[in-house]
Design a protein around this ligand. Structure first.
Ligand code: PMT
Length: 399
């Protein structure tokens, strides 16, 4: 089936020499049955004409934020709501900088800021501009917002230099987006469940045992699953994370509550256990606040192992069960042990003796241990990028 049929694509064309390639993008999208509306930035007018864009897209070209004709017919909010997907190609350093800072000073940047749709960027710029630390920061920020960046490629540039910064070819951009639509279509039949964040095990009405987990990693995984079309449930311990639209989020406190919520939301096709569940709970929770004493002995008992319980369950075990391992030493040995003991398909291990990754960091660095004894390392990246890498592998596995 053609994944582009009747899909509404909003193409934003920025002012760079690669703008001429946007004509080919429109042609390819139209050929595949997409409906295409276009926005030209002021500078884009210097590289391509509205007439050629309108002829190919068979629609009018939008440019001016304060055009009263456009505002009456289709204002900047309607324009962003109309689309199924926004593609910015070419995305210049200037526009990327605006996106990264949330600037809305023309129609293109205002529509992007107002958009609630998936946004893809195909950057095109000189190699020095691409490699400039300011641009790199902008790229990282844009990725962390959840927008996807296609390319750029390495090659000869229009300015005569050679390096990374060349816009990805139109055919490849269109195929990339097509794959995204196909993924969504294929994956919407799958249910995913993710656990995230810490648990709180109460000692008395105001005190509890917990840990440093922020939920960032688990929320990023749930978001990536949702973005890839999965019907996603997130069982979250207490965190400061905002609820992500489109994800069924259930907030719990203790390990027992997390287990109950997990059981209630099975069956699922894939379950990813990233929560830092307290291994112990207090045997008897005091109903009154404990008074200050010279010595206080707490009697602790083992908490239920949620991952182990689910992955050994005869009828409820998801097809793909993925656990995490937080280790301070002997990462490989301990992770392999967890893989076997907890009957997982994969274990994603982070070395939490490193303070710049893992608990409460924006970054993570992991090794994935598979049941077939293979393993692979993913170097330090933003948790959102790691989440996309994990989900990419999940999609390959369950399809
Ligand atoms: O939340 P962040 O700040 O983003 O940090 C992310 C993280 C460091 C918490 C995450 O990357 C991580 O490592 N999560 C697992 C933490 C942990 O509890 O690891 P563990 O090795 O103790 O547990 C192994 C596995 O068993 C985990 O999948 C855990 O969810 C699960 N488990 C553990 C105990 C228990 N009672 N029930 C469980 O399900």
């Amino acid at each position: 089936m053609n994944s582009f049929q009747n899909k509404k694509i909003l193409l934003i064309i920025c002012g760079g020499i690669a703008a001429y390639k946007s004509l080919e993008i429109i042609r390819l999208l139209k050929k595949r049955g997409a409906l295409v509306k276009t926005i030209l930035t002021n500078n884009a007018h210097k590289f391509v004409t509205p007439l050629s864009i309108a002829s190919l897209s068979q629609d009018k070209v939008y440019s001016d934020l304060f055009d009263h004709n456009n505002e009456a017919e289709m204002d900047h909010i309607s324009l962003s709501r109309w689309s199924d997907l926004v593609l910015i190609a070419p995305a210049t350093a200037n526009t990327m900088s605006k996106i990264s800072s949330g600037i809305a000073d023309d129609l293109a940047s205002t529509v992007i800021l107002a958009s609630n749709k998936e946004i893809f960027l195909a950057p095109a710029m000189n190699v020095r501009m691409w490699e400039h630390p300011s641009n790199k920061d902008n790229v990282n920020k844009i990725r962390s917002i959840g927008y996807e960046i296609i390319g750029p490629e390495i090659g000869d540039m229009a300015c005569g230099e050679y390096g990374e910064g060349k816009m990805t070819e139109p055919e490849k951009i269109v195929k990339y987006i097509e794959k995204n639509f196909q993924n969504k279509n294929n994956n919407k039949k799958f249910k995913a469940l993710v656990t995230a964040g810490p648990t709180q095990e109460y000692i008395d009405p105001v005190r509890y045992i917990t840990n440093k987990s922020s939920g960032k990693q688990g929320y990023a995984i749930a978001k990536s699953l949702k973005n890839n079309g999965f019907e996603t449930t997130l069982i979250s311990g207490p965190t400061n994370m905002d609820t992500i639209p489109g994800i069924n989020t259930i907030r719990v406190n203790s390990a027992q509550e997390m287990l109950n919520a997990t059981l209630k939301n099975l069956p699922a096709d894939v379950a990813i256990f990233s929560a830092a569940v307290a291994d112990y709970k207090v045997s008897k929770v005091e109903t009154e606040k404990i008074k200050k004493k010279d010595n206080l002995n707490l009697s602790l008992e083992k908490n239920v192992d949620i991952l182990g319980h689910i992955s050994k369950h005869n009828s409820l075990r998801p097809k793909l069960v993925i656990g995490f391992a937080a280790e301070t030493s002997e990462l490989e040995k301990n992770s392999q042990k967890k893989l076997l003991e907890k009957n997982c398909d994969w274990i994603i291990a982070n070395d939490i003796s490193k303070t710049d990754i893992g608990f409460n960091s924006e970054y993570n660095e992991v090794s994935i241990f598979y049941k077939n004894m293979k393993n692979e390392k993913i170097p330090k990246v933003k948790k959102s990028i790691l989440a996309d890498e994990i989900v990419k592998r999940v999609v390959e596995e369950i399809n």
